[in-house]
Design a binder for this molecule. Structure first.
Ligand code: ADP
Ligand code: BMX
Length: 300
């Protein structure tokens, strides 16, 4: 299911991006991002805790009357605005949270809610790497591996909010059970939580993905193996998406996706695929801000 065509205008309002590692918020004025507030996500918190964390951020931004508010969330967001974790290792206390209704009542306005990667795909389509194409893919390599798809200028949505969850498709090189419940997913080998878990399994406990990436950049072979296989799985995902949707361009984002040399590792792995299955793969241009723009955008 796709919604209406994305309005190609730079939106304004207050946006929240709730990711598996960090919760951030900013005021957006005609597409220009103001100072970004960030706090660490508490993935073990229950629904009330997560709602309070979101509202604390919004309170600090001192909302103006009538100001648009958008909240992008890691997890599945159904078309009636109910929030569910799919990977319950990332968010263990979020099950069927009526987040749109709760926030709309609390803020006395219709708050827009959506999946974080879908929102980021819209933001990149309006103001970033998606400009100039009408079929566009967005992959965030972050705590997990998220995705957003734009087809003929419209975001791919679904009744239960699962569409676009490309990280839960499977990889030929993955071996682990994913927190989504599926075996050998892209996320289970490429996402940040998984890189840390695989490092621990290899005897390097206490390393988060950021530390693994630093060890990779320092030339430690064990770390390079983990980062390289993450990139290989993302390349496989790009080829799979091309086979299914033949996207004109795919943008890679997320702290891992945008880390030094990661895109080149993806492109190198993609070079092993026949040309027919090799899309244009680029870095997201809005950095960590894509979802801020996308969650405030409107469709006609
Ligand atoms: P979120 O998933 O909350 O959107 P990020 O996009 O920052 O947040 O992704 C978080 C993941 O990225 C974590 O696994 C973290 O260890 C890792 N990470 C954070 N900064 C870096 C970095 N500079 N290089 C590589 N990995 C990073
Ligand atoms: C997971 C899934 C997606 C999300 C993606 C990236 C959960 C909690 N999240 O695949 O909904 O878009 O991670 O999210 O099931 P992030 O936390 O890495 O930003």
């Amino acid at each position: 299911m796709t919604s209406g065509r994305i309005q190609m205008e730079f939106p304004s309002g207050v946006a929240v991006d709730f990711g598996g590692t960090k919760l951030s918020a900013a005021r957006v004025t005609a597409g220009k991002i103001g100072p970004v507030m960030k706090v660490q996500t508490d993935g073990g918190g229950d629904a009330a805790h997560q709602m309070e964390a979101i509202c604390d951020m919004l309170d600090q931004l001192e909302l103006r009357p009538e100001e648009r508010v958008g909240v992008a969330l890691t997890g599945r967001v159904s078309n009636d605005g109910v929030w569910h974790a799919v990977n319950t290792d990332t968010l263990s206390g979020v099950h069927s949270v009526p987040v749109r209704a709760l926030l709309s009542a609390r803020l006395d306005r219709d708050v827009k809610v959506d999946n974080d990667a879908t929102a980021a795909a819209v933001g990149e389509y309006i103001a970033g790497a998606g400009r100039g194409v009408v079929s566009f893919g967005f992959i965030t390599v972050s705590t997990g591996v998220g995705g957003g798809i734009i087809l003929d200028g419209k975001p791919l949505l679904s009744v239960n909010g699962l569409a676009g969850h490309v990280g839960f498709s499977t990889s030929r090189i993955a071996t682990e059970l994913c927190g989504s419940g599926r075996q050998s997913t892209i996320e289970s080998i490429a996402g940040g939580r998984s890189i840390a878990a695989l490092a621990a399994k290899a005897g390097y406990s206490g390393y988060d993905a950021k530390a693994v990436f630093s060890a990779h950049l320092d030339g430690q072979e064990w770390a390079t193996k983990l980062i390289t296989q993450s990139a290989q799985a993302i390349a496989e995902l790009c080829a799979n998406l091309t086979t299914i949707l033949e996207l004109e361009r795919i943008a890679i984002a997320g702290s891992i996706g945008l880390a030094s040399g990661y895109l080149e590792l993806v492109q190198r792995a993609l070079a092993d695929e026949p040309e027919l299955y090799r899309p244009e793969v680029v870095s997201a241009q809005l950095g960590q801000n894509s979802a801020f723009v996308g969650i405030l955008a409107q469709t006609n």
